[in-house]
Design a protein around this ligand. Structure first.
Ligand SMILES: Cc1cc2nc3c(=O)[nH]c(=O)nc-3n(C[C@H](O)[C@H](O)[C@H](O)COP(=O)(O)O)c2cc1C
Length: 328
């Protein structure tokens, strides 16, 4: 369905920052490195986001972590997402991220992964509201750029977002992103956007909706309900065209194999520039499945691609298996 009054391509203010539209690329660990962010920008996302970056890693000067702060001109505006639970360390890391070029500092209060939660960071912060507010205030006090916080419904079964979010806004958050599943839920079940709509109505700052957004109808419903923007994560895996489709109010649809391979090649090129040939070759293996899903690759091709050294080796295999005209 195409909407006559589409909000998604309208600009808006997030704190002191003007964003060109209401479509945000979601932070994804192991995915939203520079190549992924550049791609999301090319396809129209108004704001892109790094994967979560450890404030401890920044503090201790861990090389891989510090490399993650490297943002390029073509990415802006870019949010750098940090995790940690110590206000001073988070403030220090935020300052480093701002110096590295972050347009927004985003605080992770949603990660349910054990190794993060057991340090008191990620979604564990939602269990300690005074500390969550202190972390937010410390970061907001340390940098000039807007500070946002990404939360879930709650850490465990109970939804606590409605009580926490106003405290975060009072502590200096310029916007709150909500992925309305609990930490205990992980990624199972559907995102319950009833909560998103409640927050959008109640909070004095912009609310960004995250979860299961893959078509214009839900995006527009959430914007109509008062959300400032929508965030797209998993729907963009292997389908960067989703950003352009959503901005145009169009249903997502598959592209021809030639276009998909050309885009994979471009992404591989940027990824190689980012992490080097060997790591890019390994990382591309997880992307093949996502990009080729609409073409229903058989077990033989999937197996060949698992062993392909790099995209230069993978491309002819893909063409040989799928290139004989339309399928499926
Ligand atoms: C592989 C993967 C990694 C993720 N990493 C992060 C992260 O680093 N920080 C974060 O705030 N959320 C992270 N998320 C959550 C997403 O940002 C998003 O809120 C969630 O996937 C729901 O949106 P979606 O249905 O559009 O994917 C991750 C999700 C996935 C699937």
């Amino acid at each position: 369905m195409t909407h006559t009054t589409s909000h998604i391509s309208e600009d808006f203010n997030l704190g002191s920052l003007r964003l060109a539209n209401r479509l945000v690329q979601a932070p994804m660990a192991g995915i939203s490195g520079r190549a992924f962010r550049l791609q999301a920008r090319r396809f129209g996302a108004g704001l892109v986001s790094t994967e979560m970056i450890s404030s401890y890693g920044v503090h201790f000067g861990d090389r891989r972590t510090v490399d993650m702060l490297d943002v390029r001109d073509a990415e802006h505006p870019v949010a750098v997402q940090l995790f940690g639970n110590q206000p001073e360390l988070m403030a220090e890391a935020a300052l480093a991220a701002e110096r590295a070029g972050a347009d927004i500092i985003d605080i992770n209060m949603g990660c349910p992964v054990r190794k993060v939660v057991k340090t008191g960071a990620g979604v564990a912060l939602m269990e300690d509201e005074p500390l969550a507010a202190r972390v937010t205030a410390a970061v907001a006090g340390a940098v000039r750029v807007p500070v946002t916080v990404k939360i879930r419904s709650g850490a465990r079964a109970r939804a606590t977002a409605a009580s926490l979010a106003p405290r975060l806004a009072a502590a200096g958050a310029a916007a709150v992103s909500i992925h309305p599943r609990t930490g205990a839920q992980g990624y199972r079940g559907r995102a319950d956007h009833t909560l998103t709509r409640q927050l959008a109505a109640a909070l004095p700052v912009p609310v960004i909706a995250s979860g299961d957004i893959a078509a214009p109808a839900l995006a527009e419903q959430l914007l109509d309900a008062g959300c400032a923007a929508v965030m797209v994560g998993q729907a963009a895996l292997g389908n960067p065209w989703i950003f352009a489709d959503l901005l145009a109010g169009a249903e997502p649809h598959r592209r021809p194999l030639d276009a998909v391979l050309a885009e994979m090649g471009r992404f591989n090129h940027d990824l190689t520039g980012e992490v080097g040939e060997e790591r890019a070759g390994r990382a591309m293996r997880k992307f093949y499945g996502w990009y080729l899903r609409p073409f229903k690759p058989d077990a033989r091709l999937r197996d060949q691609l698992r062993r392909a050294a790099g995209f230069a080796a993978a491309e002819p295999l893909i063409r040989a298996a799928l290139g004989d005209g339309p399928r499926g």
